[in-house]
Design a binder for this molecule. Structure first.
Ligand code: B4P
Length: 201
């Protein structure tokens, strides 16, 4: 299993770049934000719980997210690839992911850390909020999402730097320019799995 994490603050381009990566590699895109929005749309119990946190710009409790990921990892073939977008977001989630992958003789292969200055993040999210219909793309919630990011999620960069898997990416260029840089980084880890190397799409 090849496991890629796209990491960065809200608005850093995680979702955008994940879409680009799946156009090129035969990977599955797992966005915990999208999964939660689907549950909210279905108006089920998980969705109603998640909405309460998301609308305030807070993180959904770790155990709910870890259960979702645990289920997703069932019956993976040894050569499947996953792009985790927006997961993990806390140290507890990162440790849980390491455990879940180790049980399957797998590991986190690379963490793509998208670096974007704060004023650009805010402008991207406000811009998206004009037509996304997302209840969390407004200034009040964005401010809290950024605060939560710095407090709870940013420390993960050190966690993965120590593990030797962090790869810093400048997230301020064009979408295609950033995608090229990311593709090269992911190609280097794919080379560690010669038995899985089908030519990219
Ligand atoms: P997410 O859906 O993951 O939202 P996000 O972090 O704000 O990033 P998003 O994917 O939307 O933005 P992107 O960087 O792609 O999570 C939503 C909420 O769900 C969280 O706040 C939390 O409450 C909850 N949640 C999700 N996962 C969780 C977890 N693991 N644990 C607990 N809670 C969790 O980019 C945004 C915009 O930038 C786009 O409009 C795009 O068009 C634009 N953009 C991207 N790249 C660009 C570029 N190069 N140039 C110009 N614009 C660009």
């Amino acid at each position: 299993m090849i496991n890629v994490i796209i990491f960065g603050s809200p608005g850093s381009g995680k979702g955008t770049q994940s879409e680009k990566l799946v156009e090129y590699f035969d990977f599955e895109h797992v966005s915990t934000g999208e999964l939660l929005r689907r549950e909210i749309h279905a108006d089920n119990s998980l969705g109603r719980t998640a909405k309460g946190f998301i609308d305030k710009g807070q993180l959904v409790p770790d155990e709910l997210i870890i259960d979702i990921i645990d289920e997703l990892l069932i019956d993976r073939s040894p050569c499947s690839g996953i792009i985790f977008d927006g997961f993990p977001r806390t140290i507890a989630q990162a440790e849980a992911l390491d455990r879940l992958l180790a049980r399957r003789n797998a590991k986190v292969d690379i963490v793509l850390n998208l670096n974007v200055p704060e004023e650009m993040l805010i402008s991207r999210l406000l811009n998206r909020g004009k037509d996304s219909g997302r209840s969390d793309d407004n200034m009040k919630t964005i401010s809290n999402r950024l605060k939560v990011y710095y407090e709870q999620t940013a420390p993960l960069a050190d966690y993965y730097r120590k593990a030797g898997t962090l790869c810093d990416i400048n997230g301020t260029g064009t979408v295609d320019g950033i995608a090229d840089e990311i593709r090269k980084a992911v190609d280097t880890v794919r080379a560690n799995y010669p038995e899985c190397n089908k030519a990219p799409k």
